[in-house]
Write a protein that binds this ligand. Structure first.
Ligand SMILES: Nc1ncnc2c1ncn2[C@@H]1O[C@H](COP(=O)(O)OP(=O)(O)OP(=O)(O)O)[C@@H](O)[C@H]1O
Ligand SMILES: [Mg+2]
Ligand SMILES: [Mg+2]
Length: 776
C-alpha cells in the first residue's frame, strides 16, 4: 500500500496538508487528570467564545435560534425565556436580561452555541499531546470529533501502539455496542486523517487478529511461555508471577503491574502498531529449530519497550484474547462509520444516519464474502465504502461465511412461512459443515463453519474430490456437511463418532472413521460466482457437474413438496436415515445464497423440537461453576451458562446446569475450565447477584444444551429487556448435549435468539392448547 500514496487522495483531501500541531511524547499522567485538564480547557474556550459571541449576537438572535432548533429547555432557560421574549418585543435587550441570557448560553446544552463553539474549536484545534489526552477526545461523539486532534504524533508518522492500547483501555470500561463503536470509529478516523497506511495494522489488532482466519496463521503462545517472558523482561521470579496471576486473574494485568513496579534504566523507542503486528506475524510464522527461543526473544523486546497500559494489551493480544468484550462485528461497524465520516467532501448532516447504516450493511456483506482486511481497507481508502461490493468480491479459495437457518417448531409453521413460495426440503445431516474449494490446478481447501482450515482433517475427502467431478468441472466451491459413515452397513453414524477424528494432520492410511460428504449447495463453478443465483439454478448446476460415489460423496436427499403430510413423512424418513430433521429452503424466489446470514429462507425442522416441545438446542458459554458435593467432589457440581447479547456485547446468565454429563465429560470439562478460573467475573458478564457461584471462568468454550422450555426468571439475565423490561429468561431442565468445538463464545446463541425462542414457544403452546403456566 505504501506505493499508492496518491490513491489515498479520495479521503485525504485536506488531511494530507498536515498541521503543525505540537506533539509531545505520551506521558504517564493519569487519564483522569488529563480528562480534567481538557474539560477545563474546553470549558474555558466555550466560556471565552460564548462571552465574545455575546458582544455581537443580540439576545433576540439567540432567542430566535433557540426556538428554531427546538432547544431542550432546562429549568434555567425556562425561567429566562420570558425576559428574553420581552426584550425582543422592546427591541433592545435590557442589561439584566443580557446577563441572564449569558447564563442561558453558558448553561444550556443548546445545539446552537455548541455548534458555533465547536466550529471555532476546530479552527483553534484542541489538540492532544499525550495518549491520556487523546483518550478523552476519543470519547466524543462521532459527529463532534475532530480526527486530527486526537493524534499526538505527526501526520505520516507511524501510529503509536500506545494510542490503540489506550483506546482499548477506555473501551474496556464501556458496555454497549454503540459506545464501543463510537470510540473505535474515532480511533480509525484519526489514523485515516494522519497515517492511513497504518489503518490495516490498527484494524487488524483491534479485531485481535494477525491474519485472516482462513490463512490459519496462529500465534499459538501458551501461558507458560508468557510467564517465562515476563520473568526475563521484568526481572521477576516465576513464582511471584504465578502468585500474582492467581490474584489478578490475568497475565495481562500481571504484565502491567510488573512494568509499573520496574524502574526503567533507559527509554526505548516507542512501540508502533505496525511494529507490533509485524512482530506478531514473525512470531506466528517462525518454526523449527530453536524457534521457541526466538519467539520469546521477540516478545521480550516488545514488553521491554512497552509503557503504561501497553504491556496489558500486548499480553492479551499475544494470548489472542482481548477480554474487553469487543466483538469483530463492532470493529466492522466502526470501520464502516469511519469510512463515511472521513469522506471528502463531508457527508451532509441530514444524510449521515442513512449513510452510516448503509455503510454498516455494506461492510458486513463485504466481509462475509471476502474476510480480508487488507483488501477491504485498501479498497475503502482508494474508492470509498460505496464501491466495496464492486471491488471486493467473492474469490475462489477464500471462504464465504456460511448461510444459516432459522428454527421452526413444526411442518405447519414452515407451510405458514413459505405460503405461495416454491420450496424444497432437504435432509439435515448431523455432522460438520464443510466448504470445499477446488482451485485451478487441483488444489483443494476445506473450511469449517468458522472459516478455519480443515483440509488437514480430511485427506480422504481431498482424495475423493477428483473422482466425483464430471468432465468440464474445473473450479468450484461446494457447501456440504461431512458425516461419519459406516460403508459396510451403508449407514450414517452419530456426530459423536465424527468428533473422535483428529483435528489436524490426519494421514490417509491411518483413517479408521470413514466419512461421507453430503453436498447441498454450489457457490461457484468454473469461474462463475453463483451466490446471486436462485437455489434451483445452483442445484441444477450441482447435479450436472458432479456424480455421486456412494458412501463418499452424495447429494443431500431432497424433496420438493408443499403437502403437509408428504413433508411429515419425509421428516420421518430423514430421522430413520439417521438425520436430525430437515432444512427447508426457498427454491426459485428469494432463494439466493446469503453469506453469513441466519436467513428466513432456510428453516430448520428438527424432529425433537416437536416431541419435547423444547425447541432447538442452544449453544451456551460456561462462565462460572459451583463446587461438587458427594460423588462430585473434586470436580465441579454444576455450571453457570450464559448466552451472548450481540448489541450489548455481554454474556448473560441463562441457567445452572448439572445434567447430561457423563463422568468422563464432567472430569474433562472441569479440568479444562480450571485453567480458566478468574478471581472476578468479567465486566461483560450479567447475572443475578443471588446466583452465588463458587468460581468464575473466562469465556472460552461453547456447549450445546437442550432444555424442556424457557421461562421468565427473576435471577437470570438472558435477553433482559427484550421480553421483559427487568427480568431475564432462563432454561428449565437444561441438559448438556456436547461441546461445540466449531463455535467461539461470541457465536453462542444470542440474546435475540433466546427471545425469539421464548416467543415462538408461547405461540406454539397457544396453538397446541398446552400453554405453560410458568411462562405467564
Ligand atoms: N441440507 C442441509 N442444508 C444446509 N445445512 C445443513 C444441511 N444438512 C446439514 N446441515 C447443517 O445444519 C446446520 C444448521 O443447523 P444446526 O441446528 O446444526 O445449526 P448449528 O450448527 O447448531 O448452528 P445454529 O444453532 O447457530 O444455527 C448447517 O450449518 C449445516 O452444518
Ligand atoms: Mg449441526
Ligand atoms: Mg444449533
Amino acid at each position: 500500500m505504501a506505493g499508492k500514496k496518491s490513491a489515498f487522495e479520495f479521503m485525504m483531501g485536506n488531511a494530507r496538508k498536515g498541521s503543525s500541531k505540537e506533539k509531545g511524547c505520551p506521558s504517564a499522567s493519569l487519564a483522569e487528570k488529563a480528562k480534567e485538564v481538557i474539560k477545563e480547557s474546553v470549558k474555558e474556550t466555550i466560556k471565552e467564545e460564548a462571552d465574545e459571541k455575546m458582544e455581537d449576537i443580540s439576545v433576540m438572535d439567540i432567542d430566535v435560534k433557540m426556538e428554531d432548533k427546538k432547544v431542550i429547555t432546562s429549568s434555567t432557560t425556562d425561567s429566562v425565556a420570558p425576559s428574553t421574549k420581552e426584550a425582543k418585543r422592546k427591541g433592545r435587550p435590557p442589561a439584566s436580561s443580557v446577563a441572564k441570557a449569558k447564563q442561558v448560553v453558558k448553561e444550556s446544552e443548546t445545539a446552537t452555541i455548541k455548534e458555533e463553539v465547536d466550529a471555532k474549536m476546530e479552527e483553534k484545534k484542541v489538540v492532544a499531546s499525550t495518549a491520556a489526552e487523546a483518550v478523552v477526545l476519543l470519547t466524543k461523539k462521532e459527529t463532534d470529533f475532530d480526527p486530527e486532534a486526537a493524534a499526538f504524533w505527526k501526520p505520516g508518522q507511524p501510529v503509536p501502539f500506545l494510542f490503540l492500547a489506550s483506546a482499548l483501555d477506555i473501551i474496556s470500561d464501556e458496555s454497549g455496542r454503540l459506545a464501543m463503536t463510537n470510540i473505535l470509529c474515532n480511533v480509525f478516523r484519526t489514523v485515516i486523517a494522519t497515517t492511513p497506511k497504518d489503518l490495516l495494522a490498527v484494524v487488524t489488532l483491534s479485531a485481535n487478529r494477525i491474519a485472516p482466519a482462513h490463512e490459519g496463521v496462529e500465534l499459538g503462545i501458551g501461558d507458560a511461555a508468557i510467564v517465562r517472558v515476563l520473568t526475563e523482561a521484568y526481572g521477576r521470579k516465576a513464582d511471584q508471577i504465578k502468585a500474582q496471576m492467581k490474584t489478578l486473574g490475568d497475565l495481562g494485568l500481571v504484565a502491567k503491574a510488573s512494568r509499573t513496579s520496574q524502574r526503567t534504566m533507559f527509554k526505548s523507542q516507542p512501540l508502533t502498531c505496525a511494529k507490533v503486528l509485524d512482530t506478531f506475524r514473525e512470531i506466528a510464522k517462525d518454526s523449527g529449530n530453536q524457534s521457541q527461543d526466538r519467539k520469546r526473544g521477540r516478545m521480550k523486546a516488545l514488553l521491554v519497550a512497552a509503557t503504561e497500559c501497553e504491556p496489558l494489551y500486548l499480553v492479551r493480544l499475544l494470548q489472542s484474547k482481548l477480554r474487553i468484550g469487543l466483538a469483530e462485528k463492532t470493529v466492522l461497524a466502526a470501520l464502516a462509520h469511519a469510512a463515511v465520516l472521513s469522506e471528502v467532501p463531508r457527508v451532509p448532516a441530514n444524510q449521515l444516519t442513512a449513510r452510516l447504516e448503509e455503510a454498516e450493511e455494506i461492510m458486513k456483506e463485504t466481509y462475509s464474502v471476502l474476510p480480508i482486511y487488507e483488501k477491504i481497507i485498501s479498497a475503502i481508502l482508494e474508492h470509498g465504502i460505496r464501491k466495496l461490493p464492486e471491488v471486493c468480491n467473492f474469490t475462489l479459495g477464500i471462504p464465504v461465511g456460511p448461510m444459516l437457518a432459522k428454527p421452526t417448531t413444526g411442518v405447519s409453521e414452515v407451510l405458514n412461512k413459505f405460503q405461495d413460495m416454491e420450496f424444497s426440503c432437504e435432509y439435515k445431516y448431523d455432522g460438520e459443515r464443510a466448504q470445499v474449494h477446488y482451485l485451478q490446478g487441483g488444489t483443494i481447501e476445506i473450511y469449517s463453519r468458522n472459516a478455519e482450515h480443515n483440509t488437514g482433517k480430511f485427506p480422504d475427502i481431498v482424495a475423493a474430490m477428483p473422482r466425483c467431478m464430471k468432465t468440464g468441472t474445473e473450479t468450484y466451491v461446494l457447501d456440504c456437511e461431512v458425516v461419519a459413515y459406516d460403508r459396510e452397513k451403508n449407514k450414517i453414524l452419530p456426530f459423536q463418532v465424527l468428533s473422535t477424528r483428529a483435528r489436524k494432520g490426519v494421514v490417509l492410511s491411518d483413517i479408521k472413521i470413514q466419512v461421507c460428504l453430503f453436498a447441498f449447495d454450489l457457490l461457484y463453478l468454473n469461474g462463475r460466482p453463483l451466490l446471486k443465483e436462485q437455489l434451483n439454478v445452483r442445484r441444477e448446476l450441482l447435479y450436472s457437474s458432479f456424480q455421486e460415489i456412494p458412501g463418499e460423496f452424495q447429494f443431500a436427499t431432497a424433496k420438493n413438496s408443499n403437502d403437509l403430510e408428504e413433508i411429515q413423512k419425509f421428516l420421518e424418513d430423514a430421522i430413520n436415515d439417521s438425520c436430525e430433521g430437515l432444512i427447508v429452503k426457498t427454491l426459485s424466489k428469494d432463494a439466493t445464497y446469503e453469506p453469513a446470514k441466519r436467513s428466513n429462507n432456510w428453516l430448520k425442522l428438527k424432529k425433537d423440537y416437536m416431541n419435547t416441545g423444547g425447541g432447538d438446542s442452544l449453544d451456551l458459554v460456561p462462565i462460572g461453576a459451583f463446587y461438587g458435593r458427594g460423588k462430585r467432589v473434586g470436580v465441579y457440581g454444576a455450571f453457570l451458562l450464559a448466552c451472548y447479547d450481540e448489541d450489548r456485547e455481554e454474556f448473560q446468565s441463562i441457567c445452572k446446569i448439572g445434567t447430561g454429563f457423563t463422568e468422563a465429560v464432567l472430569e474433562e470439562r472441569s479440568v479444562t475450565l480450571k485453567n480458566h478460573v478468574i478471581p472476578q467475573p468479567r465486566s461483560y458478564y450479567r447475572y443475578g447477584e443471588t446466583i452465588g457461584v463458587d468460581v468464575w471462568f473466562e469465556d472460552v468454550e461453547v456447549w450445546e444444551v437442550k432444555a424442556a422450555d424457557l421461562s421468565i426468571s427473576p435471577v437470570h439475565r438472558a435477553a433482559v429487556g427484550l421480553v421483559d423490561p427487568n427480568k431475564g429468561i432462563s432454561l428449565r431442565f437444561p441438559r448438556l448435549m456436547r461441546l461445540r468445538e466449531d463455535k467461539t463464545p461470541v457465536e453462542a446463541t444470542s440474546a435475540q435468539q433466546v427471545a425469539e425462542m421464548y416467543r415462538a414457544q408461547k405461540i406454539n403452546h397457544g396453538h397446541g392448547g398446552d400453554a405453560d403456566d410458568d411462562d405467564d
